[in-house]
Design a binder for this molecule. Sequence first.
Ligand code: G1P
Length: 294
Amino acid sequence: MIKKEVRKAVLPAAGLGTRFLPATKASPKEMLPIVDKPMIQYAVEEAERCGIKEFIVITGKNKRSIEDHFDSAMELEESLKKKGKNSLLNEVQRLDHLHFAYIRQRAPLGLGHAILCSKPFVKKEPFAVLLSDDIIDPDDNLFGEMLKCYRRYQSSVLALQRVPKETIHRYGAISGVEIRKNIFKINDLIEKPKPSQAPSNIAIIGRYILTPDIFHFLESVIPGKDGEIQLTDALKSLLKKLPIYGYLFEGRRYDAGDKVGFLEATVELALKNPEVKKPFREYLLSLKQRLNPR
Ligand code: G1P
């Protein structure tokens, strides 16, 4: 078998972001800032740290600012250069070596359909999918571990995390056998099950490494939950033909698609940001005092 490296990442970004209205009425959810970077940049940097250089962003209406964000900004860069603001200049140019392609998903037909839209760009290669509202702590190496797992088994790999059983209905859930520490061979998958029907409390979180076999199943899967073409359903069909593995992540993930998760990410990532961590920590301690004076 020819071993193919994962070189491309698909970033679905066509959703309407209704949970963040009115902020997302005219701007993309993926561009909401966490400390000083838009949400989608955390996903790009996570993949870039593992050597991915090609990104395929699936966009829709009102998503132009994502393209502008990853493009050069000549006037801004000239002005920063003239003013000697070199560290800011480096910051805005830091991802210039990456390549971005944009595809518009014409109708909101679901995550599976969004991924299917990337087929002409991905072609016959294995590829990664990163959902930018799942933010992984940049000090954790989830994606690197998933790549190791892919190289070992040459099969699709899903990121997994244990969640409280009463929240499993928000996720794709799996059942599987742990064959090595934190590596599962998957037996079954179900999209957003009722807690009573969930095969386990192990959820799929927004990182996937997929072999191109998935496209065939995405093309034939019938619309599932919410009438959408679900990636989980296509994976379930793929599983009948080929093995799928999962990497159980025990680090910190923020569900920034949810308001409270977004605020948690903001607070905890601010506490890691060299520029603001000190004054922000002092502020949090004084806030704690005020909320809990004794
Ligand atoms: C999607 C997937 C789901 C997965 C989740 C992870 O759901 O369909 O299987 O568990 O991402 O964030 P969404 O959050 O887009 O509804």
